[in-house]
Design a protein around this ligand. Sequence first.
Ligand code: NZQ
Ligand code: ZN
Length: 388
Amino acid sequence: MKGNFTFCNPTRLHFGTDAMSALAKELANFGPTVMLSYGGGSIKRNGIYDQVAAALAAAGKTVVEDGGVMPNPTVEKLREGAAKAKACNADLILAVGGGSTIDYAKAVSVSAWCDEDPWEKYFIRFEEPSCRIVPVGAILTMAGTGSEMNGGSVISNHAAGLKIGKVFGPDVFPKFSILNPEFTFTVPRRHMVAGIFDVMSHILEQYFSGDDDSTSDYIAEGLMRSLVASSRAAVANAQDYEARSNIMWTATWALNTLIAMGKPTDWEVHMLGQAVGAITDATHGMTLSAVSLPYYRHIMPYGLKKFARFAENVWGVASAGRSPEAVAADGLAAFEAWMREIGVAMSISELGATEEMLPKIADATFILTGGYKTLTRDDVLSILRKSL
Ligand code: NZQ
Ligand code: ZN
């Protein structure tokens, strides 16, 4: 561990089939008005809404309804939610849903009492909140983003052709999160596997960077092995509780800052994927899967040692007497086979991207410097072209 760091994660997590029983005690920590934020209606169809509404009623809360948070939440929805949270003087924003709803709730929490335009302040200038922050609590219904235990908030601005993530500090992390793996049983298969790939991508973004023998990398390898095994079981049987619970817990640990400690991180796959998402509004995890192999094959020569380690430690590729190039290539081939097996998107064309869109997607791609190779615009275009 070469880096210096402070680790603090203030989110209290309640996990398992009984997790909802903790909601009453959590609600008692906040004032009377709760803004209840949720997505397009899945929680009404699967009964989660009724459970939450009953707990809020039993706690005597005044509930302000805030449904309709779309996947890839927009800046327009953020502005609307911020005005609503301010008007009702919300004491808590209770986000019930996946990453989109929780990300949105965090953005609203720092925007309700902010005098400036939140898009400009947080997502363009990347400033920290300087206003009152409305606390957020989360009830997670889909595993993937890690938003339940981190400060991330990703907002789309379609007019500007941008999708940007801001990472807020511990004050904006959910105060509590409720994770019942059974709540994920009704997630459509396409979203389940997109979430699984998102988890894998989060781990890889933090793994493929740096050159030391760090504890963070060993933890990352364990998380990846668990994810691969559980993803196969969940694809075979979506009601497999152990598999779904392992995926949910792995998702949380993949992006709650732990495995980034003491080492550099990359995040270029997310920059490419978010740019694809900004232009196509495609499902986040699928935008990542569609660009990952061309990206990793492009940077592999610059991080060969780590790619060979990935092959051996995650995929069980034999290395004795073989060149690191051959071992590393086999690792990416095993990764590709797993992607095809679980059924994620393998190209951006499947997501609606066309050759003509590539310059615009390249313009929306932020270039970061933490990975094994800092991309040029030509590299970005070449990777996007190979992703078509
Ligand atoms: O909107 P509803 O009706 O709830 O339906 C959702 C949505 O259509 C559905 N769903 C969720 N739980 C369900 C369910 N359907 C049936 N049963 C359930 N139990 O699934 C669909 C996708 O939901 P969404 O919240 O959009 O998915 P996800 O959790 O993947 O979140 C994606 C967003 O998170 C951002 C992404 O960019 C994207 O905007 N990210 C947030 C991060 C963070 N906070 O750190 C990091 C990630 O890299 C990511 O960028
Ligand atoms: Zn992600």
